[in-house]
Design a protein around this ligand. Sequence first.
Ligand SMILES: [Zn+2]
Length: 418
Amino acid sequence: MIALKELSDLTKYCTCGNRHFDISIDEIVIGHDALHQAVSYIKNHQFQKVAIIADQTTYNVAGEKLSNMLKKLNVNHEVVLIQPNELDDVIADETSLIQAMLGIQQDTDVVIAVGSGTIHDIARFSSFKMGKPFISIPTAPSVDGFNSMGAPVVIKGVKTTYQMQPPIALFADITILQQAPKQMIAAGFGDMIGKYTSLADWKFSQLIADESYCPLAAQLTEEALEECVKSIDQIAEANEVGVKILIESLVQSGLAMLLVGHSSPASGGEHHLSHYWEMEFLKQGKAQVLHGAKVGVSAQLILNLYKNDVLKLVSTIESLEDLDAKSKDKLNNVIEKQKDVVEVLNSLPDATTLSNLLQKLEGVILPAELGISSELVRNSLNEAHLLRNRYTMLKFWNEHVGIRAAAHPYSARKSIEL
Ligand SMILES: [Zn+2]
């Protein structure tokens, strides 16, 4: 993983012309004694009053140990255990946010998130609103959002991402992460392999819609992705090396987002599908499934669409006269940049490469395994691009062809059986 110092040096030489944000994290520790180092950090910074935010599970795996270590050093602290909802899910919704904020006192110096993605979203949001810094202690390598700014939270049933704050420090204890459930490790990997299509979409949005693009952030994300894919066997074993590479990759992806101040390097069409599914689950009152598990599945669907239909469309675009084109200049840009776009598409792996990788981790491969119906898949392919303004290939496809229910490209396809 790139060191913070090295990143700040590299940033000076990046000539992309876009704004680079200062990364205000002063320490990232990934290792076996990370919990000890977190306590030393708290002691060295003379934090006197600490609020630990966890849920019962993450308290059991790491929070209690941290609490005992703080006790030994006489660091005053309280534990805020976020309660699950009636479906036994811990959700970053208004109830949990208020519970967390009530647990953070006026004289609290620092908030510590001990948990996976959801606990981090709750801690990130509530600490920022209470004007306190927060420290990240991930308990599973399941998502790339630990060190990001954004807190996706659910308010009145609608999920919105608010820009809050990154942690001031992150301590990832490998021993704890190695004990994470297999499905969470597979989910972290799923979030990472979603970067194939997010990076392709980001490049596409620059080529066609002139959206801001930073080659340094793209490179950091790509390196993290490649490192992960190379280490699939070690990750599957959840051995020390594998788990370390996975969490480092997730953190590095988070750093790339911080650098550019938005999530484009790490979130394209595949994330838009995943958000669409999540919103549908919320509407139906269904229990949530892991973010990364959804992304692993949606990335395959998006790859199938891009590698087959979008590639065909782009390659033959000059001969298509009756395109239902909502945006003529984007279409002209695609014609003009045809070679570059085809190159981006050809550099992508096939969906089956992803399913083979996920299989090694015993991860989720098909939408149905997540309770996502073929109708929901179809609707999301038709509508998810409307969730964001980003000019992804999913948006381009929908604007220029659309996916008609009757001729759905996946209904007859073997590799993704719905
Ligand atoms: Zn993600």
